[in-house]
Design a protein around this ligand. Structure first.
Ligand code: FES
Length: 584
């Protein structure tokens, strides 16, 4: 599995764990003593690589990770078999659905925790177990800053759901059925039945939402065993893969195969290429920049847009298409997908196994050309949209993003009056009011929902269609916010407006009734208000978002960067300059 060509094996004395365990000091005595206290004999851990398994992104509040305790045992099996010493380290659990106001508020928390857990303990290499949305970038960001050998073991997607003969995808169909319930098209009984039927197994969401987008990107970048991200959580090949992660990391430690030795901008560009072909979540645009910053690799929205304009959506998966992750796996999975876009990939790029992309895809095969389409038969032609469109204009000078492949054709160029909400609460209170002054041409705007304003940039960007318009058969409208949107959702939703309203971005200046122009083909988003009027409003601007003076939220508001910069903390970006801890 691991290619040792061109690498030099280290001596045991070169492993960082030996600083804790090897010396003839009272401190090292205590380290060995306390390890033996747990029932391990000296020969079980002395002279071996110590592999940390960040396992407890498992918790009873994280349904997508409910199987990770068992998977940790499989990883350990692999570590033991390869001659390492595995240890588990609990870390923050971030179940996407349960954590409020949003897991994004805590992505940097888990990234910090990962980095510091690795730094403070005698860990030589790490297997990261995660997959639910923000856990993937968070774990990788922390490991990148620490820069020790790391392999990502994705949680795997859940099994296909079906209800009354219809395929149901987590997240995507929840929203669809909710709108049907609001209209009376399904009953309360149906709704309750769906509650118990849609998410029917262990694993992450079975659509191409943020979870599968990020694990697939991690896979395409080389952070996983090739193709691991496509293996369903409940498949017997999943624990087999976990055990192989355990075996591989031991070799990675001996040969010091850490990210700074193999990760380049080419790996990021390969991840972006996969993201576009998969029609992945807009959340990835933020996470990729944050991850690149941690590795001191320059990456921005322009890099993503350049590939988005060339690679159409090829994976026929919800929410862009009609299949689920089971279909994708049986069609050949990510490696088959990569093979179909090989002309856009850096084939010499390597990953955790020290093998190249060309080797990964050499024997890949597509078994279902409808699920994994060819470049000349895309799910959505580039003329009708792509996975990521970057917009600029006087409403978003530092950029805004949208999944234009999920936008309605009639709204690709649109001019309409703004209907502005200052908070999610205000929007929720008003949106279904029969007296709301709104038409299908209105542009619904939500502000104070960005990194600082949220805080944490919640996934509110799929703003609801007013009930009275739903009743008229309106299913999509232009919607703008400085929030994010769940990767499982769709619609003409413009997201990540930067700078956000809470830091004085132009979104704060818009007033209800202003005319807004969206032109997807031109990549522009403007408010048609003259500059003198905007200057007058700017001078009178007063913050309307909630601010925190204590707690994690206060630290977050003080240090988070804007969406176009990755929403990392300003003091955590770029390479690690933190020394190894002294051992006294
Ligand atoms: Fe965990 Fe969707 S809620 S992956």
């Amino acid at each position: 599995m691991f290619n040792k060509d061109g690498l030099t094996r280290r001596e045991i004395s070169e492993l960082r764990s030996q600083r804790w365990y090897a010396p003839k000091t009272i401190r090292a005595f205590a380290h060995r003593q306390r390890t033996q206290q747990m029932g391990f004999a000296r020969e079980e851990f002395l002279g071996k690589p110590v592999i940390g398994i960040i396992i407890n992104t498992w918790s009873d509040m994280s349904a997508c990770h409910s199987h990770l305790r068992e998977r940790a045992e499989a990883v350990k099996r692999g570590v033991w078999a390869a001659g390492g010493f595995p240890v588990e380290l609990p870390a923050l659990s971030m179940g996407e659905v349960m954590v409020k106001p949003t897991t994004m508020l805590y992505r940097n928390f888990l990234a910090m925790e990962t980095e510091e857990l690795l730094r403070q303990h005698p860990i030589d290499g790490v297997v990261l177990l995660g997959g639910c949305d923000k856990s993937t970038p968070a774990l990788l960001m922390g490991a990148l800053s620490m820069d020790i050998p790391v392999i990502f073991c994705p949680a795997g997607p859940m099994t296909t759901g079906k209800w009354h003969g219809q395929v149901t995808g987590a997240g995507t169909h929840t929203k669809k059925f909710w709108d049907q319930l609001r209209l009376g098209a399904i009953t309360q009984h149906d709704w309750i039945e769906l509650e118990g039927a849609m998410t029917r197994s262990i694993g992450t969401c079975n659509t191409m939402g943020t979870a599968s987008t990020m694990t697939s990107i991690a896979d395409a970048m080389g952070f996983t065993l090739p193709g691991a991200s496509s293996i369903p959580a409940a498949d017997c090949r999943h624990p087999q893969m976990a055990a192989q992660c355990g075996q591989t990391i031991v070799d990675m430690v001996w040969y010091d195969h850490k990210p700074s030795r193999w990760l380049t901008k080419q790996n990021f560009l390969n991840g972006i290429a996969a993201y576009m072909a998969l029609g992945g979540s807009t959340n990835a645009a933020i996470h990729l920049i944050a991850m690149a910053n941690r590795a001191s690799i320059a990456l921005n929205l322009d890099d993503m847009e350049a590939l988005a304009r060339r690679i159409p959506v090829l994976a026929n998966l919800f929410p862009s298409g009609k299949g689920l992750m089971d279909d994708f796996f049986f069609a050949g999975g990510l490696m088959a997908q990569l093979k179909k876009i090989s002309q856009f990939l850096h084939l010499d790029a390597k990953g955790v196994t020290n093998t190249s992309v060309s080797a990964w895809i050499e024997n890949a095969h597509c078994y279902d050309d409808d699920t994994i389409r060819d470049l000349d038969n895309p799910v959505i032609p580039l003329t009708q949209g792509c996975a990521l469109t970057v917009l600029r204009g006087n409403l978003c000078p530092n950029g805004a993003v949208m999944k234009s492949s999920a936008a309605s054709p009639q709204l690709r160029h649109h001019v309409g009056p703004a209907l502005v909400f200052d908070s999610h609460q205000q929007l929720s209170d008003c949106i279904d009011d029969p007296a709301l002054d709104v038409t299908k041409d209105s542009v619904i705007i939500l502000r104070n929902a960005g990194p600082v304003g949220g805080p944490g940039m919640p996934e509110w960007g799929n703003l609801p269609i007013p009930k009275k318009l739903l009743q008229q058969g309106v299913t999509d409208m232009v919607r703008i916010s400085d929030a994010r949107m769940s990767g499982t959702h769709y619609g003409t939703c413009i997201l990540h407006v930067a700078p956000e309203a809470a830091v004085g971005g132009p979104l704060a200046l818009v007033q209800t009734g202003d005319r807004i122009e969206l032109d997807i083909a031109a990549g522009t988003l403007n408010m048609l208000v003259d500059e003198a009027e905007l200057a007058r409003r700017r001078a009178a601007l007063k913050p309307t978002h909630q601010t925190f003076s204590r707690s994690w939220s206060a630290l977050y508001q003080q240090h988070v960067t804007q969406a176009d910069q990755g929403c990392d903390f300003d003091f955590l970006q770029s390479g690690s300059d933190v020394p190894e801890p002294p051992i006294f």
